[in-house]
Ligand binder design. Structure first.
Ligand code: KIV
Ligand code: ZN
Length: 389
């Protein structure tokens, strides 16, 4: 595996694995294939297509996605045992570019579950990564709950995984516990400390329990990570994973202070967001960054007036850049005369100042009673005003 250029951030999408693990987000076989196709088309570098040992259905989906992928690396997840890894390889081996991702929980809380000592776990990591590497030349390894793993032990196990042949080391913040300064510092110190770290790609995998997943992922990149693991709409267990659309657009819009780029065609974001929402049954909250219904909508008079004069007054990115046809200026009780005049013009209605004044009074009265005033409401107001003025 060759390392990407230093200013390139690899996007690893796990909507179909970590995202699908979200309670109630199960997708059908065909839906998974469709989403994988859209991810591939939009330029996602690596698609984590599932957890092949988890079920016959997951195995079949990962195998089919591996066969259909045109550009992306196709990755499957495996726990740290030979059976899981073999099953994972059986599924991903059909891909033009396969990857095995194997993991084990390394924090004290997680080590206690299989009841392994530090040495026993270190041995298991060596054995399983070596096995994966003998099957596939692209192996990713993750110490689950890395951000709550003792520093000395984390360095030790990362070094073992690198020596055993892993080419990507993922540092998961499994329970969304870390904060941005720590996230940057952890990756930076690992790269500085662990022998062989310069030869591998460090990845960041953040959960959103404290609402810091996007910030933590970007901080990790500042610390030296060059792979961000994320999902569409931030779908994922509990409060979800880092949202792909957020990190990708943050890197695009604030490239002045975050000088790294991705290979994502951002104009495809809105379409895939809608499809993932539909197939997973997870509605996107209206005020969700980038893909929420209100992300490019302005209701207040001051904002609408500003937007009509210069879109940069209240928008830091163009809706077209994320695949939305344009800004929306919904009319409501906070809207002003300028937006009403613009709406009338859109509807093909030219009015004089006096008539606009009358329509505006009636519009405000209606808007006080209704959450949103629609085109039909405006047309009705115009006809009533026309009759009486
Ligand atoms: O959150 C996590 O730790 C994971 C691992 C399997 C990488 O999803
Ligand atoms: Zn996760």
């Amino acid at each position: 595996m060759t390392k990407p250029d230093n200013d390139r951030v690899v996007i690893f999408d796990t909507t179909l694995r970590d995202g699908e693990q979200s309670p109630g987000a199960t997708m059908t076989h065909d839906e998974k294939l469709e989403i994988a196709g859209l991810l591939d088309e939009m330029g996602v570098d690596i698609i984590e297509a599932g957890f092949p040992i988890a079920s016959e259905g997951d195995f079949r989906a990962v195998s089919e996605i591996a066969k259909q992928a045109q550009n992306a690396v196709i990755c499957g997840l495996a726990r740290a045992n030979l059976k899981d890894i073999d099953r994972c390889w059986e599924a991903v081996k059909h891909a033009r570019q396969p990857r095995i991702h194997t993991f084990i929980g390394t924090s004290p809380l997680h080590r206690a579950i299989p009841d392994l000592t530090r040495d026993e776990m270190a041995e298991r990591i060596h054995e399983t990564v070596t096995h994966a590497r003998n099957l596939c030349d692209n192996v990713q390894w993750s110490p689950m709950d890395a951000t709550r793993t003792e520093w000395d032990y984390l360095c030790r196990v990362v070094e073992i995984a690198i020596k055993a042949g892993a080419s990507t080391i993922n540092i998961p913040d499994t329970v969304g516990y870390t904060a941005p300064v720590e996230s940057a510092d952890l990756i930076k110190r690992l790269i500085e400390t662990v022998p062989g770290a310069d030869d591998v790609v460090f990845a960041t995998h953040c959960h959103n329990d404290l609402g810091m997943a996007t910030a933590n992922s970007l901080a990790a990149v500042a610390g030296g990570a060059r792979q961000i693991e994320c999902t569409i709409n931030g779908l994922g267990e509990r409060a979800g994973n880092t949202a792909l659309e957020e990190v990708v657009m943050a890197l695009k819009v604030r490239n002045d202070i975050m000088p790294w780029h991705t290979g994502i065609d951002t104009t495809k974001i809105m379409n895939i967001s809608r499809r993932v929402s539909t197939v997973s049954g997870f509605v996107v909250q209206p005020n969700k960054a980038i893909v929420g219904k209100n992300a490019f909508a302005h209701e207040s008079g001051i904002h609408q007036d500003g937007m009509l004069k210069n879109a940069e007054t209240f928008e830091i990115m163009r809706p077209e850049d994320v695949g939305i046809s344009g800004t929306s200026l919904p009319l409501g009780k906070h809207s002003g005369r300028a937006a009403l005049r613009a709406k009338l013009k859109d509807l093909g209605i030219e009015v004089g100042d006096n008539q606009l004044k009358d329509i505006f009074v009636r519009f405000k009265d209606l808007a006080d009673r209704k959450k949103e005033v629609y085109d039909d409401d405006i047309l009705a107001l115009v006809s009533v005003t026309g009759e009486t003025s």
